[in-house]
Design a protein around this ligand. Structure first.
Ligand code: NAP
Length: 475
């Protein structure tokens, strides 16, 4: 094992007298305590891991779907069999409630089983009639794919890349976020124990500053990033420089539209869930609530009351609705965005304050009268803070929904079929969900447009992103 668990501190003096800055630090956001620290892999350790991945691909690409499916199902069994222990790591490492962590582990296992069962069908050669005796397209794996991943769904973000990619015959290198090292190790260990050959799925403890060079490595065929716009720009630039395939899943400010025909008994509780899921730190969380005049007062009153009633506290406690933000920095960022809005005239209907005491807690918050001069009116709110805005009618809602640089998902609440169709056609986003909050599921493509990124994950569209769609023509 090249990674050592070290005493918690931001730097460490090696036995050879060198000061090693440790980049991978696991901090419990409920207490603020550092739980474990890991040093970055050295250049030679990275070289050995990349070389192994490249070598493994040469044989792994020829393995049968049957063998890959067997290993993938075993990985699912590991996740299911060790569910409470794995979930606890997530809660301790990034603060999501234990209930949410259990759900994430189960979703990973379900997705592994889904791709074990369906990948072969998704990738089978397609016949296309032409002048040839046989012609069409087949899907061959690309090779070593680098996955740069965020901390907010530390297992799910990785599995939604890895399950399809490994089933397609690719091998994966993981550069996980520097605050979720235990999740990274857990994933590598689970795939190895499941029986995947060594080198199929490899964790790299790598600082972000070394990602671009790795993308340029000839042995890396493609890269996928889930994360911020800044990271997306940097990864896309490196991929562009070396002309490599790149998929980007970036941020968003998803609208939640309440139309005239909405059923508020269903919409209000889902608005709350949509905003505070994962303690508010989800790319597809509903962030802007656009409510037509006729429903505005009732929606605002009920939504604010339900947000206010949420229990904020220990994420291990089943009664808790909202746990801590991932870090003091993330908590301070959301507090500053709200303070800036209030100073410029926004009105608070719930929350609006940091929770005193240890840990990085912020109260679920509802704001109105937010405009584009405020940070909350033009930045992504990555915490439990909702902006509610009154709009004239559905057409106005669609216009406001589209007036952002992002286009990830949108949730529309309408029972009238004509209203549903207008919203589906009019909204500029990668995903429109009607009478449901936006969610990822293994059967459907996931991804955005505009500054929310490009390319898709999941489904037959996602699994083919890292395949060579090879044209076959036999005369
Ligand atoms: P982040 O800072 O971009 O980190 C994501 C990953 O990128 C981490 O592994 C990070 O490594 C790495 N990274 C950061 N800067 C980089 C650079 N210049 N070059 C290469 N790699 C770099 O994102 P975050 O703040 O942790 O996550 C929140 C953001 O991700 C939000 O905007 C959210 O909406 C978005 N997100 C999008 C989706 C989606 O599916 N569309 C899903 C989840 C989150 P270090 O940790 O070492 O810095």
């Amino acid at each position: 094992m090249v990674v050592r668990v070290l005493p918690p501190s931001s730097s460490w003096t090696s036995p050879f007298g060198q000061t090693v800055v440790m980049a991978y630090i696991s901090t419990n956001p409920t207490t603020g305590d550092v739980v474990a620290t890991f040093e970055n892999h050295t250049e030679s350790e990275v070289e050995a891991r990349v070389a192994l991945a490249a070598k493994t691909f040469l044989t792994y690409r020829t393995t049968s779907f049957e063998d890959r499916a067997m290993w993938m199902r075993t990985a699912a069994e590991i996740f299911e069999g060790e569910l409470p222990n794995i979930a606890q790591v997530l809660t301790e490492e990034m603060g999501k409630t234990f209930n949410a962590a259990r759900g994430e582990v189960m979703k990973c296992a379900m997705t592994m089983r889904y791709y074990a069962e369906h990948a072969e069908e998704m990738l089978k050669e397609e016949a296309i009639a032409s002048a040839a005796s046989r012609s069409g397209v087949r899907y061959d794996p690309l090779g070593v794919v680098l996955a740069v991943m965020p901390w907010n769904f530390p297992l799910w973000q990785v599995v939604r890349f890895a399950a399809p990619a490994l089933m397609a015959g690719n091998v994966g290198l993981l550069k996980h976020a520097s605050n979720v090292p235990r999740a990274a190790l857990l994933l590598e260990d689970a795939f190895r124990r499941a029986g995947f050959p060594d080198g199929c799925f490899t964790n790299l403890f790598l600082p972000a500053s070394r990602v671009a060079a790795l993308i340029g490595d000839d042995r890396v065929a493609a890269v996928t990033l889930t994360g911020s716009e800044a990271a997306g720009q940097s990864v896309a630039a490196a991929a562009g420089h070396s002309l490599k395939k790149c998929v980007l899943e970036l941020g968003g400010s998803d609208p939640f539209i309440v139309a005239d025909s909405a059923d508020l008994d269903r919409a209000v509780p889902m608005a709350v869930t949509g905003r505070v899921q994962n303690n508010g730190q989800s790319c597809i969380a509903a962030k802007r609530f656009l409510v037509v005049e006729s429903r505005y007062e009732e929606f605002l009153a009920r939504f604010s009351a339900e947000m206010d009633a949420l229990v904020v506290g220990d994420p291990m406690d089943p009664a808790t609705g909202v746990g801590p933000l991932v870090s003091a920095q993330q908590r301070d960022e959301i507090a500053e965005q709200v303070a800036d809005a209030i100073a410029k005239g926004a009105v608070v209907h719930a929350g609006g304050t940091v929770v005193d005491g240890p840990g990085f807690f912020y109260r679920p918050t509802v704001l109105t009268k937010v405009d584009a001069s405020m940070r909350a009116g033009c930045e992504e709110l990555f915490g439990p803070v909702a902006v509610v805005e009154q709009v004239r009618d559905l057409d106005h809602a669609i216009e406001v929904a589209n007036a952002t640089p992002w286009g990830l998902g949108a949730s529309v609440w309408a029972n009238d079929q004509l209203e549903q169709e207008r919203a589906i056609a009019g909204i500029e986003a990668g995903m429109v969900f009607v009478n449901a909050i936006v969610a990822s599921t293994p059967e459907l493509p996931f991804g955005g447009i505009k500054r929310s990124g490009y390319g898709r994950e999941l489904s037959s569209v996602g699994i083919r992103e890292f395949c060579n769609a090879k044209t076959v023509f036999v005369q």
